[in-house]
Design a protein around this ligand. Structure first.
Ligand code: SF4
Length: 495
C-alpha cells in the first residue's frame, strides 16, 4: 500500500465468500416512488455495497442519481429524494465484475433512444457481452461505460423492430447468460428474467403500486405484499398509471427448464426472504439438519460461524441433539473498515468484528458450521481463533458441497485456481485449515434440503455449477477461460 495507513477489513468472515453482484428494485404507481426505492435498496444492500443509483420518471422527464458507496448516506435525505420526482422509479445496488469501478458503470444506465428515454437496472452477467459489444462498435455504436449491461441499450437502439417492446425482446433474444432486469421507459416499467431464471426477481403490491425486487425482504421494508416471483423467461409490462388488469405478462422465449441459482439458498439471500417460493431461513435449517445426518460428530457444542452459518447451525444442533452455543461473538459497533496506522495490528482485524467466547469454548470439543469455503483463508483464521481460546477439538462442517468452479452469472468468484476445493481434496483442505475433521454437505443432500428427492443429473432443477461444473448455458469448460479473459478485457478497456 502506498501510504503507511492500512485498511483493516472488519468483516473478515464475509471477505472470503462468493459475493452476489447486484440487487434491483422498482416501483410503479406510488407518490413517493424514489423514497420507496431508496428503502428497498437499503434492504438489498447485502447484494452490493460498492455503489447505488435511482432513476425516476415524472411523467415528462427522467431523473437519475448515482453514487459510489452505500444507499444510506447518498439516498437517505430529502434533497436526493426531491431530485428524483415522480410516481415511477427503479434502482440498483452493485458490486462489479464486468466493468471497472467508476461512476459511469453505476446503474441504472440511461440513454435517450428514438423512442424516448430508457433506463435499465440489471442483476446478473451477460456472458456474450464482449462479442456483442465488438459487433455493435463495428456498426457504429459508441459506448459510455464498460458495463455488460450497456449492450442491452445498444441492441434496443439498433433493433429494426417498430415498437419499443418488440425492440427490447429482440435485444434479449441476442444476449446469453443471467439477467433480471427492471427497465423504465416513457410507456411504463418492464421487469423480466432470463429464460433459465438464474438470478431471482419477485413481484409485490402496495395498494395500487406494483413493485419488483431481487428479494422479498425489500417488500417487508416498504410494507408491500409479496405476490409471486417473475417466472423464468417472463416479461411483465406495467404501463404508467395501469390498474391491476392492465398489467401484461409476455413469454417471448421457447420453453426451457428453469435453473435458478442454488447459492441464493445457501448464502446470498437474506434468511428472511422467500426465494423460489421457499423461506430461506427454513431451507438453511433443513440444510443444517441434512448436514448432521450425513456428517455426525461427537462434540460438546455446535457453534455457528456468524452470521451466515447461524440457521444451518440451528438445524444441525436440532437434528443431532448437541447444544447450539454462540462461540464467536460479533461486535455490532464497528463499520466495514477501520484504518490503522501500521502493519503490526493487521492480524487484529479478525478480532475487531468477531471474538472467541473463551469462557464457553475453553476445554471443549466443538463443531463449527459455515455455509461455504472459498479460498479457505477465513476458515483457517477461525479454527486458529478457537484453538487459541482453548478448544480441545475443532471440527468443521460446511453447509454446501465444495466450491470448485467459478461463476459466470453475476457472482464475484475468485479464479478457479484460487478456490481451495479446486486445489485440494477434502483431506488436504482439512490439513490447510488445521481442523480435527472437515466434511461438506453432498450435492444430493442440498437438493433434499430444498424438497427434492435428489439432483436430477440429466436436467438439474437448479444452477449448481460452482459445485458441479455443470453450467446451465452453453458455456463449455474450454469457453470458461475465454469468457473470463473477455470480461477482464472489457473491464480494462477505456472507451
Ligand atoms: Fe449460483 Fe453457483 Fe450457478 Fe453462479 S454458478 S449462478 S453462484 S449456483
Amino acid at each position: 500500500m502506498a501510504s503507511d495507513r492500512i485498511m483493516l477489513t472488519t468483516h473478515p468472515f464475509d471477505d472470503d465468500k462468493l459475493r452476489e453482484e447486484c440487487g434491483v428494485f422498482g416501483v410503479s404507481g406510488a407518490d413517493t416512488a424514489s423514497a420507496m426505492v431508496a428503502l428497498g435498496l437499503h434492504a438489498l444492500q447485502h447484494r452490493g455495497q460498492e455503489a447505488a443509483g435511482i432513476t425516476s420518471w415524472d411523467g415528462h422527464d427522467f431523473h437519475t442519481m448515482r453514487a459510489m458507496g452505500h444507499v444510506a448516506g447518498n439516498f437517505d435525505n430529502d434533497e436526493a429524494i426531491r431530485a428524483l420526482p415522480g410516481s415511477v422509479a427503479c434502482g440498483h445496488v452493485r458490486y462489479s465484475t464486468t466493468g471497472e469501478t467508476s461512476l459511469r458503470n453505476v446503474q441504472p444506465l440511461y440513454a435517450e433512444l428514438s423512442s424516448g428515454g430508457f433506463a435499465v437496472a440489471h442483476n446478473g452477467n451477460i456472458s456474450n457481452a464482449m462479442k456483442l459489444r465488438r459487433e455493435l462498435v463495428r456498426r457504429g455504436s459508441i459506448f459510455q461505460s464498460t458495463s455488460d449491461t450497456e449492450v442491452i441499450i445498444h441492441l434496443v437502439a439498433t433493433s429494426n423492430y417498430r415498437t419499443l417492446l418488440d425492440r427490447f425482446i429482440d435485444a434479449l433474444k441476442q444476449i446469453e447468460g443471467a439477467y433480471s432486469l427492471i427497465c423504465l421507459t416513457p410507456e411504463g416499467m418492464i421487469a423480466c428474467r432470463d429464460p433459465l431464471g438464474i438470478r431471482p426477481l419477485v413481484m409485490g403490491r402496495l395498494g395500487e403500486a406494483v413493485i419488483f425486487a431481487s428479494e422479498t425482504v425489500a417488500f417487508d421494508v416498504v410494507g408491500a405484499d409479496y405476490v409471486r416471483q417473475v417466472e423464468p423467461g417472463e416479461l411483465v409490462v406495467v404501463p404508467h398509471g395501469a390498474t391491476a388488469d392492465q398489467i401484461r405478462s409476455h413469454r417471448p422465449f421457447g420453453e426451457q427448464s428453469p435453473r435458478p441459482c442454488i447459492f441464493e439458498h445457501v448464502y446470498f439471500s437474506r434468511p428472511d426472504s422467500i426465494v423460489d417460493g421457499s423461506s430461506v431461513y427454513s431451507v438453511r435449517k433443513a440444510i443444517g439438519a441434512q448436514l448432521a445426518i450425513e456428517n455426525p460428530v461427537e462434540v460438546d457444542y455446535v457453534i455457528p460461524v456468524p452470521d451466515s452459518g447461524v440457521p444451518a447451525a440451528i438445524g444441525y444442533a436440532q437434528q443431532s441433539g448437541i447444544p447450539f452455543e454462540l462461540g464467536i461473538i460479533r461486535s455490532h459497533y464497528i463499520g466495514r473498515t477501520f484504518i490503522q496506522p501500521g502493519d503490526k495490528v493487521r492480524h487484529l482485524g479478525v478480532k475487531l468484528k468477531h471474538n472467541a467466547n473463551r469462557a464457553l469454548i475453553d476445554g471443549k470439543r466443538i463443531v463449527l458450521i459455515d455455509d461455504s469455503i472459498v479460498r479457505g483463508t477465513t476458515s483457517l483464521k477461525i479454527v486458529q481463533m478457537m484453538r487459541e481460546a482453548g478448544a480441545k477439538e475443532v471440527h468443521m462442517r460446511i453447509a454446501s458441497p465444495p466450491t470448485r468452479h467459478s461463476c459466470f452469472y453475476g457472482v464475484d468468484t475468485p479464479e478457479r485456481t484460487k478456490l481451495l476445493a479446486h486445489k485440494l481434496d477434502v483431506g488436504g483442505m482439512r490439513e490447510f485449515i488445521h481442523a480435527d475433521s472437515l466434511a461438506f454437505l453432498s450435492i444430493d443432500g442440498l437438493y433434499k434440503a430444498l424438497g427434492e428427492a435428489r439432483r436430477a443429473d440429466i436436467r438439474p432443477q437448479y444452477c449448481d455449477a460452482c459445485f458441479t461444473g455443470d453450467y446451465p448455458t452453453s458455456l463449455t469448460d474450454q469457453d470458461e477461460a475465454e469468457v473470463k479473459d473477455q470480461l477482464e478485457l472489457l473491464s480494462e478497456r477505456v472507451v
